[in-house]
Design a protein around this ligand. Structure first.
Ligand SMILES: [Zn+2]
Length: 136
């Protein structure tokens, strides 16, 4: 790692710097301009995330619900902009992981058979309702 002072890093508009001096907890690693040692931050984040799993999960669920439309737009834009490489990657993954995909699909089918059945039943009844509505 290249030695770089905080001052110099700020001057170069970098987010991290490295002095080679260990932190309070003895980590010799990069430091963040607006925070502390990268290792300390990582440990702190892991601890925080473990302690607040449910809270974080609820927050994320709420955020996703509130931003459903934005997410859809973002995903569709991203897909359109990266279509060719995404398709290529997907094909590559499928060819390289045939056996794994097969196993997972079988596991999923076995585990969620009841779900698949009820989904299929729902789809079937939806079709019936739609068709009967069309007739009326
Ligand atoms: Zn540290």
């Amino acid at each position: 790692m290249i030695l770089i002072s905080k001052k110099e890093a700020i001057h170069r508009q970098l987010k991290r710097y490295f002095t080679g001096v260990p932190c309070v907890r003895g980590h010799v690693c990069e430091r963040r301009i607006n925070g502390n040692c990268v290792d300390c931050k990582s440990t702190h984040d892991k601890t925080y995330n473990n302690k607040n799993k449910e809270r974080i999960s609820n927050y994320q669920k709420t955020w996703r619900t509130e931003n459903k439309e934005d997410i859809k737009i973002y995903q569709s834009t991203y897909y359109q902009e990266n279509k060719e490489s995404l398709i290529l990657k997907s094909k590559e993954y499928k060819t390289n992981n045939k056996e794994y995909i097969k196993t997972k699909a079988t596991e999923y089918r076995d585990k969620y058979q009841y779900k698949l059945n009820s989904l299929s039943a729902k789809r079937h009844s939806d079709k019936k309702t739609k068709n009967s509505k069309l007739v009326d």
